[in-house]
Design a protein around this ligand. Structure first.
Ligand code: G3P
Length: 228
């Protein structure tokens, strides 16, 4: 059976770091193990090392800077996140845009270091140009729906279907959809429309019982995959 790609972006929510960050990661890990379904956590840079040790889930950075080691105050490099235990990183999130040349440089470095990459984009027209740079995955998120509670699956399904068409030109790259994903049906629909999985933040990070939300997402994903 195909495996869904599920990425939970901790962003900078108040429970994304410290004890609360460990607590939510462990809750997600428990559900992930229960359903034998991998869930990737994209966490603040300061939490990569801790969470890599505390949970068995793949840990991603939320961003890396495209600089080599040296005199770059404040930089978070691919080498640093790898050493801290990250398996990969998001790049170019709507809340952390970088230039195209920086995306390319960062991807080249990540490949060399064996890090996985998920490049975020805000429109389907960018699927092919970014796909040509050969990241592992592309995460498409209409920015106006991010954090809105209104899912891309329901409000803009055509963004997913057009993106799915475009990704066929670079078949080794996975297409993931995100923005406003709120329930199992949103996940189900996104996958049925052809995406390989989903990226989500607020529905999990702001939930009273995040583990229940993640459980619903996993069930929605597995249902979509089972139904072909
Ligand atoms: O990286 C995923 C994120 O931008 C989606 O945010 O809050 O709409 O699930 P949200």
């Amino acid at each position: 059976m195909k495996k869904p790609i599920l990425i939970i972006n901790f962003k900078a929510y108040d429970n994304a770091f410290g004890k609360k960050g460990i607590d939510i990661a462990k809750k997600i890990e428990k559900i992930s193990i229960e359903y034998s379904t991998e869930v990737t956590l994209s966490v603040p840079a300061t939490m990569i090392s801790t969470l890599s040790q505390e949970v068995s889930l793949p840990i991603y950075a939320q961003h890396i800077d495209d600089v080599d080691l040296g005199a770059h105050t404040g930089a978070i490099t691919a080498e640093m996140i790898k050493e801290a235990g990250a398996k990969g990183s998001l790049l170019n999130h709507s809340e952390k845009r970088i230039r195209l040349d920086q995306i390319h440089n960062a991807l080249t470095k990540m490949k060399k270091l064996g890090l996985e990459s998920v490049v975020c984009i805000d429109r389907y027209e960018l699927v092919n140009p970014i796909g040509l740079l050969q990241p592992d995955s592309i995460l498409i998120e209409p920015p106006e729906l991010i954090g809105s509670g209104i899912s891309v699956s329901k409000a803009k399904p055509e963004v997913i279907t057009k993106a799915v068409d475009e990704i066929k030109k670079t078949p080794s790259v996975y297409l993931i959809a995100g923005a406003g994903i709120s329930n199992g049906d949103d996940v189900y629909t996104a996958i049925k429309l052809g995406s390989a999985g989903i990226g989500v933040a607020s529905a999990v990070m702001k939930a009273k019982e995040p583990e229940k939300v993640v459980e619903e997402f996993i069930k929605g994903a597995l249902r979509a995959i089972e139904n072909g």
